[in-house]
Design a protein around this ligand. Structure first.
Ligand SMILES: C[C@H](c1ccccc1)n1cc(-c2ncnc(N)c2C#N)cn1
Length: 298
């Protein structure tokens, strides 16, 4: 079993921001190092085992989507070619190759730009409670995982405690970033989603929802963070779609099934995963990469 990279050790460089599965390091005034680890989270917990190559696969997926969307929105990537990284990183290239990118430092908007074409997750919970999501009223009688009449912009506020982000209204976005930026973020989010979901559909995948992070560089709105990865999106196999309940996760179903099979108490430390679950999950990430990009190798 290959080894998974759970932490990067970059000498005196310490993360300026840490997510569950990705870390950011400040290189200088203008540049950040964005690293995708092999960590995997499920039920909002980072598990004891990593998935070998997960970070590389998801980084290559983000790079595919940044290129796919380059005529729609600029992005923050400067280079993902480790040979072009600052020489100070030379001692660590073995840890960074393929799973990291040097990005432009942007002024990030404090809004998670979520778009949903299907009713799932927190959107389903909010709909059950109020008949709406982020203040957008939906038709009565919808079932879990039903397709919505049209994709909807359902922003969330970032909760830094690492817990769930909180769904907010479009008016809240206006308050946070101003009306012009709010309208631009909504328009870009829906436009990008339309293109990406059509591509996913052509590859046999339903893109049920996804989350974008935007910022500004020199006053222009750019697409940042990871993009349309299985960590930031719900991808469902189209041929298994069956509304009326939760859909199998394209990438994490083996992990979820295992955690439920051991009746893991989510207050307890996150367990490690059996080699078989790790191997099968790695294969699912590779399958997502192959389906979405049409490429066979990383
Ligand atoms: C939420 C997200 C995050 C990612 C990875 C780990 C923890 C948090 N994040 C993105 C930035 C960020 N800041 C300035 N310029 C940028 N180009 C980016 C990006 N991407 C800061 N945080």
């Amino acid at each position: 079993m290959q080894t998974a990279l759970l932490e990067t050790r970059l000498g005196s460089l310490s993360p300026t921001a840490r997510g569950k599965v990705r870390d950011i390091y400040s290189l200088n005034e203008e540049e950040l190092l964005f690293v995708a680890t092999d960590r995997i989270s499920a039920f909002d917990h980072v598990l004891g085992s990593g998935i070998p190559d997960k970070g590389r696969i998801l980084t290559q997926l983000s790079l595919f989507w940044f290129d796919f969307l380059k005529d729609t929105v600029r992005n923050h990537v400067l280079t993902a070619d480790a040979a072009k990284f600052p020489s100070t990183l030379n001692p660590y290239l073995d840890q960074l190759e393929g799973r990291s990118m040097v990005v432009r430092r942007a002024q990030m908007f404090p809004v998670e730009c979520v778009v949903r074409a299907y009713l799932s997750g927190s959107g389903w919970k909010d709909y059950q409670a109020t008949g709406a999501v982020c203040g957008i009223a939906l038709p009565a009688g919808l079932r879990e995982s039903d397709r919505l009449p049209e994709p909807i912009f359902t922003p969330a506020a970032k909760i830094n405690t690492g817990g769930h982000d909180e769904n907010i209204s479009f008016e809240d976005v206006i308050t946070a970033v101003g009306a012009d930026n709010a309208r631009a973020l909504r328009r870009l989010t829906l436009e990008i989603f339309e293109k990406a979901s059509k591509h996913a559909e052509s590859r046999g995948l339903i893109l049920a929802d996804t989350k974008f992070e935007f910022g500004t560089i020199d006053g222009e709105i750019i697409l940042a963070d990871e993009v349309l990865t299985p960590d930031s999106s719900r991808y469902w196999p189209a041929d298994a779609y069956s509304p009326g309940g939760p859909q199998p996760s394209f990438d994490k179903q083996y992990v979820r099934d295992y955690l439920e099979s051991i009746r893991w108490n989510k207050q307890a430390p996150a367990p490690s995963l059996p080699d078989e679950v790790v191997a099968r999950t790695r294969e699912k990430y590779l399958e997502a990469f192959r389906l979405i990009t049409g490429r066979t190798g990383l």
